[in-house]
Design a protein around this ligand. Sequence first.
Ligand code: NAD
Length: 395
Amino acid sequence: MPIRASETVVGVIGAGAMGSGIAQVAATAGHNVILRDVSDRAVQSGVDAIKKSLAGQVAKKKMTEARAEEILERVSKDAGVESNALRECAIVIEAIIEEIEAKRRLFRELEDTVSATCILATNTSSLSVSVIASGCARPQRVVGIHFFNPPAVLPLVEIVPGKQTSPDVANQARLLIDSWGKTTVIASDTPGFIVNRIARPFYGEAIRINEEGIADPATIDWAMKEIGGFKMGPFELMDFIGNDVNLAATTAVYEGTNRDPRYTPSATQQRLVSEGRLGKKTGAGHYDYSEGAAQPQPVKDPEIGQRIVDRILAMLVNEAADAVRQGCGSPADVDLAMTKGVNYPKGLLSWGNEIGLTHIADRINTLRAEHGDDDRYRVSPLLSEMASRGEQFHQ
Ligand SMILES: NC(=O)c1ccc[n+]([C@@H]2O[C@H](COP(=O)([O-])OP(=O)(O)OC[C@H]3O[C@@H](n4cnc5c(N)ncnc54)[C@H](O)[C@@H]3O)[C@@H](O)[C@H]2O)c1
């Protein structure tokens, strides 16, 4: 049975950046929401974040004050771990710290509190949904619902069924999140799901190009924006996300793939993190954000720029093809995920079709020969087969 907003209560555990955003989205869609954290203070700070975000929408005239108040009233604060409030929830979405034991413990506790039909969802970015569910008596009701930051703004949500998730639970979760006006894709329970895995070369290859002395961050960012059409360049995006967060995402995919050398975390990013140069939030990262700091100017050479874009794009298309080969998502979902989740100007598989799959394969084989690196620059077998048969990706 589909979940209806007016009749259902949504529980959100963890009132941090993600939990407060998810609570806001659910309340905006018409649900009563129970927002829980470890202390009154933490819950209050989540509610304050929702207030601030709604006030921003009121200021931009996207919403009336009355509507903002009505949304806020739907969010109940709940700091009592003993409380029975969660019993009325049709779904509880967990957004606590990214630690496997904390999550497994919470899910076991939730099973004793919620109703028999309640869906238990995790917003984890890098842990396995199947492993989180494995401690539960009824793992078939556990599913991944992966929002992007900030949840109130970014439209994409990855629905991640674990090994034991029942198809009905995955389907209900998808219908619910669709009803919140989000764009959902189905992602397999593999490291990085769809977006965080396929996006790795956007950062990793850009850093490599810089480490090889081909171009500085400002030039690479300029090329990716002006020639590639991306909204942000890789270095400014890493500084915006936080180099610590970005490194954690890379490390999770690297460890989760049994240290596939293609995802090896870069020395540059590790050094920035050890130096506390985390990006905008610390005032320095790849760039210096302190007041009056000189902004490095790009070398606007179209030939170098095109080479940079071709190289990063070839690696991205190859990664997208390999994700399809490994069943991480359908070709249509892979393309949708990258445009809606990280704002890429085009779906990577369609882009690959446009450039020509043979050209992409040739580019990677050339990089392999130039670098003598068979692990990093290896053409996905799917891309290689399709290129040799003259085929294209179909959505
Ligand atoms: N920040 C992102 O960009 C992002 C994006 C997608 C998914 N995620 C995932 O969302 C989850 C939360 O991330 P975040 O950035 O909101 O973290 P955060 O640190 O901002 O918030 C986590 C909150 O959980 C609370 N908490 C910790 N243990 C708890 C428990 N046992 N019970 C109740 N509350 C508890 C903390 O007090 C804190 O308020 C993580 O799993 C993360 O991987 C994060």
